[in-house]
Design a protein around this ligand. Structure first.
Ligand code: NAD
Length: 246
């Protein structure tokens, strides 16, 4: 028996990294997974995986989000995973970068939640919406993560506010706040730095457990928050950071 048997899970940013790991683990746990991403080529790698259906979706596009949600049957779990790391202090962050970061990291959740909440209310069976935040948010100041930290703090605020507003409909909202997770985009960021080896050691060193997290370690938390095991859990930020914030 799977921990997500009978549930339908929709997620964004499923083509790689944490989203991909969550899609694969949720399918293994019995969910019917609708895996979306803007990168059609990369998303194709999930095609043919038992329990996973893929759909191209750009979460920056409100009309596309609305049309996508309208095309779906029953949905029990939504994992809003898409996000982007802009590097730099506030002095390095131009308005374009600021606006793009808020659009992808926060407004995408506004779009998705505004489309999914009425659907879940109509279904009448509750639901679980999980938003991707970060420990680099209102939890911890991280160097060169000015707008990123601001967006991820906004995700925590949005999550708590929605949790209060829709609790009577048994729709639960939680967010996850990872430390540093070994994903393709993290590797790209490290390789773009002047001394990648030193940068990797620095990223590893800030986790008190002495290593990076794996994407699967995030996926376990997603499965828990999507499953009935977390039926009494709402409005929380789940720090999963190897002790970075201690
Ligand atoms: P990643 O950056 O490796 O991959 C992100 C995926 O998002 C890609 O497949 C990309 O195509 C997709 N994407 C980008 N723009 C999109 C759009 N407009 N619409 C739909 N999909 C889009 O993934 P990751 O490192 O696993 O990060 C995923 C999330 O986790 C992000 O929100 C990130 O901020 C957050 N996070 C990551 C870490 C980490 O260390 N990797 C830590 C904390 C939080």
């Amino acid at each position: 028996m799977g921990r997500l048997d009978g549930k339908v899970l929709v997620l964004s940013a499923a083509a790689q990294g944490i989203g991909r790991a969550a899609a694969l683990m949720a399918a293994k746990e019995g969910a019917k997974v609708i895996a979306t991403d803007v990168n059609a080529e990369k998303l194709k790698e999930l095609e043919g995986t038992p329990g996973i259906e893929t759909r191209v979706l750009d979460v920056l596009n409100t009309d596309a989000v609305n049309a996508f949600v309208a095309s779906l049957g029953k949905v029990d779990i939504v994992f809003n995973c898409a996000g982007f790391v802009a590097d730099g202090t506030i002095l390095d962050t131009d308005e374009k970068t600021w606006d793009f970061s808020f659009d992808l990291n926060v407004k995408s959740m506004y779009r998705m939640c505004r489309a999914f909440i009425p659907k879940m209310i109509e279904q009448g069976t509750g639901g679980s919406i999980i938003n991707m935040s970060s420990v680099a948010s209102s939890i911890k100041g991280a160097p060169s993560r000015s707008v990123y930290g601001a967006t991820k703090a906004a995700v925590i605020g949005l999550t708590k506010s929605m949790a209060v507003d829709f609790v009577e409909h048994k729709i639960r909202f939680n967010c996850i706040c990872p430390g540093t997770v070994d994903t393709p985009s993290l590797r790209e960021r490290i390789n773009a730095l002047p001394n990648p080896e030193q940068a990797m050691q620095d990223f590893i060193g800030r986790q008190k457990l002495g290593r990076l997290a794996t994407a699967d370690e995030m996926a376990y938390l997603i499965v828990y928050l999507g499953s009935n095991e977390s039926a009494f859990v709402t409005g929380q930020e789940f720090v999963i950071d190897g002790g970075w914030s201690l």
